[in-house]
Design a protein around this ligand. Structure first.
Ligand code: F6P
Length: 364
């Protein structure tokens, strides 16, 4: 008779539409095997302070696949291997509390952890696997910058939201003969900007993978003007880089944060366009709207498939691996291998070529 497992699941990093669908699929796939499933709150924090561990049942996850966010909470701070703790002098010190996490995991007699997260959270999962924790990873990020999978869930929703916003900006830009500059998320990868910019009929798209010359963007604006198109839409990835310049950041933000906070490039670009062309320009930042609300059907289905595949991986004893879409199937990829790949827009790939064929300017 197969072993009745006791497994747990956590969600770490920035939330992405589809996290609840993974939780639902893991819970149902485990329940249908007569296993027990527990939800760990706030990433790995819930394995340090174990007071809030939830028993997940079919009733608790019923219908959550269509709901955004995560019922388990998430954080992109609090790596247990480098936990910021205030010392007696009130200064922040990093402490390694990973042994405490291992001790609690064993004390609670968990057989496996399903870790759902981006590169930061799955890097932590991999380190726990090296310490002997049976872990299966599920990759998530709206940025789509992770290796080992063709696509991550959350990305399709973010692109759909950004495209809809860009569509709406066309009418106001046109009414005022303005240049509207929209900043989208994506960190060091330009996938959201590229896909939403093409789909939303942008005039220029700036992505981190193609450093831009603002003069080239202004040339495009003025060329459009000459041809009677007096308004323009410019899509800027938050991590876009001017030639010879740098990304714009808002500082490293909170203590223990895994990544710097990017932001401000759209405002900079709008100001430069106004100054150099005399055109009325406005900037807007889509920000966290891109992560909010229901996942698209694509993301929902992918997340459900990832969750179910993670449970099958546990059944097969395939630990220190993550699930990934290798169309049309879900594959298991060693975490160490997937984490070594930082996926970026291929500058000579079909999507960039399509944009160029459509006359979209990258500022290069
Ligand atoms: O990685 C997902 C992401 O949304 C990035 O696109 C963005 O730079 C970052 O998270 C924002 O993080 P936070 O929610 O902490 O502001």
């Amino acid at each position: 008779m197969p072993k009745r497992m006791k497994i747990c699941i956590n969600t770490g990093g920035g939330d992405a539409p589809g996290l609840n669908a993974v939780i639902e699929a893991v819970t149902m796939a485990a329940y249908n095997r007569q296993w027990e499933v527990y939800g760990i709150k706030s990433g790995y924090a819930g394995l340090l302070n174990t007071d809030e561990i939830i028993h997940l049942t079919p009733e608790k996850v019923d219908g959550i696949a269509s709901v955004g966010g995560t019922i388990l909470g998430s954080t992109n701070k609090g790596n247990p291997f480098k936990m910021p703790i205030a010392n007696a002098a009130g200064e922040w010190e990093e402490r390694d509390l990973s042994d405490k996490v291992m001790e609690n995991f064993r004390r609670l007699r968990f057989d496996a952890l399903v870790a759902v997260g981006g590169d930061g959270s799955l890097e932590i999962a991999h380190r726990f696997a090296e310490k002997g924790m049976p872990v299966v990873g599920v990759p998530k990020t709206i940025d789509n910058d992770m290796g080992g999978t063709v696509i991550t869930f959350g990305f399709d929703t973010a692109v759909s939201i950004a495209t809809e916003a860009i569509d709406r900006l066309h009418s106001t830009a046109k009414s005022h003969d303005r240049i509207m500059v929209v900043e989208v998320m994506g960190r060091d990868a330009g996938f959201i900007a590229l896909n939403s910019g093409i789909s939303g009929n942008a005039d220029a798209i700036m992505i981190p993978e193609i450093p831009f010359d603002i003069e080239k963007v202004c040339d495009k604006v003025m060329d459009n003007e000459l041809h009677g198109r007096k308004y323009g839409i410019v899509v800027v990835a938050e991590g876009a880089i001017p030639m010879g310049g740098n990304v714009i950041t808002k500082g490293s933000g909170e203590v223990g944060r895994q990544h710097v906070v990017l932001g401000g490039m759209a405002e900079h670009v709008a100001r430069e366009i106004s100054k150099r062309t005399g055109k009325d320009s406005r900037s807007m930042v889509l920000g966290h709207l891109q992560r909010g609300g229901s996942p698209t059907t694509f993301d929902r289905l992918l997340a459900l498939r990832f969750g179910a595949a993670a449970v099958r991986a546990i059944e097969q004893g395939k630990f220190d691996h993550m699930v990934g879409l290798h169309s049309p199937d879900i594959a298991l990829v060693p975490l160490g291998e997937a984490l070594g790949i930082h996926k970026r827009v291929q500058t000579d790939g079909d999507t960039v070529l399509t944009a160029r064929d459509l006359g979209i300017c990258f500022g290069d």
